[in-house]
Ligand binder design. Structure first.
Ligand code: NAD
Ligand code: ZN
Length: 251
């Protein structure tokens, strides 16, 4: 892996000479922490596709089913810890003057690992809000099976995540568009790059002239158009990349 970093001059220049860096992460970066991606088998829940549960219609028709699925996912991530990939990105933030980490993940592991400039495109599964009035509500009991109701308006409480068919938070996606258009280096990590508008970000970066690097054990929708792909788990390659930049940046 390091061999490639030494011999690929364009890649080396992009890593060592960039000032404006954008990272896009997907479920794959958390896979090594034990958080299943949507393409993994999900035990009890495998008879449902995530698209069938993670949407407002499903919640209106059967709030109990959707609530229980989220409670199950929350219990799943409750005890997980960031992995070396998350920590490497937190380190990387300190190496570049302008660094933005855009994530599609809802698990909160980037902040837990120490990243500070994090843009959450799809919300955060640890938060809840009222389906009707939008008020944020704490639900500390991870075993609570009955869908709670809002104390202000009586509406049902839902997780503060972006469901299929819903708009992304405007501030978050606009910021992500702007930094992607203006960056010198864009790294897409652990995302299948299929879900738009997040999947447009690497394309915008390419159009803006950035060097686009991908980290994924498998080829994705953007693999044919990126400058380079490391076919490796993010927890293995990202620490190597950070080490390389630290050792060579000021030479
Ligand atoms: P995705 O579309 O982002 O695909 C997962 C990608 O990760 C795949 O391309 C896979 O090859 C890659 N991958 C697997 N192991 C990896 C590793 N060790 N290192 C690097 N890459 C690896 O994610 P999805 O599961 O199809 O989910 C779609 C949507 O749901 C996205 O918004 C996603 O972020 C969200 N989601 C979030 C979480 C979470 O918060 N952890 C979990 C599941 C789904
Ligand atoms: Zn309410």
């Amino acid at each position: 892996m390091l061999q490639e970093l030494e011999t690929n001059t364009e890649l080396k220049n992009a890593l060592l000479n960039s000032s404006n860096v954008v990272i896009l992460t997907g479920a794959g970066i958390s896979a090594e922490s034990g958080v299943p991606t949507f393409r993994d088998k999900e035990g009890l829940w495998k008879k449902y596709r995530p698209e069938e549960l993670a949407n407002a219609d499903a919640f209106m028709q059967n709030p109990q089913l959707v609530w229980e699925w989220y409670q199950w996912r929350r219990r799943l991530i409750h005890d997980v810890k960031p992995n070396p990939g998350h920590y490497a990105l937190a380190e990387m933030e300190k190496l570049y003057p302008n660094f933005t980490l855009v994530t599609q993940n809802v698990d909160g592991l980037h902040r837990e690992a120490g990243s500070s400039n994090v843009v959450e495109l799809h919300g955060n599964i640890r938060r809840n809000k009222c389906f009707d009035c939008g008020k944020f509500v704490e639900v500390p009991d991870l075993d609570l099976q009955e869908t709670p109701k809002c104390e202000s308006c009586g509406g049902l409480i839902r997780p503060d995540v972006v469901w299929f068919g819903e708009m992304l938070p405007a501030d978050a996606i606009n910021l992500a568009f702007n930094v992607s258009r203006a960056c010198d280096l864009f790294i897409s990590v652990g995302t299948s790059a299929l879900v738009h508008p997040a999947a447009s970000l690497p394309v915008m970066a390419m159009q803006g002239g950035a060097y686009v690097l991908e980290v994924n054990p498998n080829a994705t929708a953007i693999t044919p158009s990126v400058d380079h792909t490391f076919y490796a788990p993010s927890g293995e390659i990202l620490p190597d990349i950070v080490k390389f930049v630290k050792e060579n940046r000021n030479q």
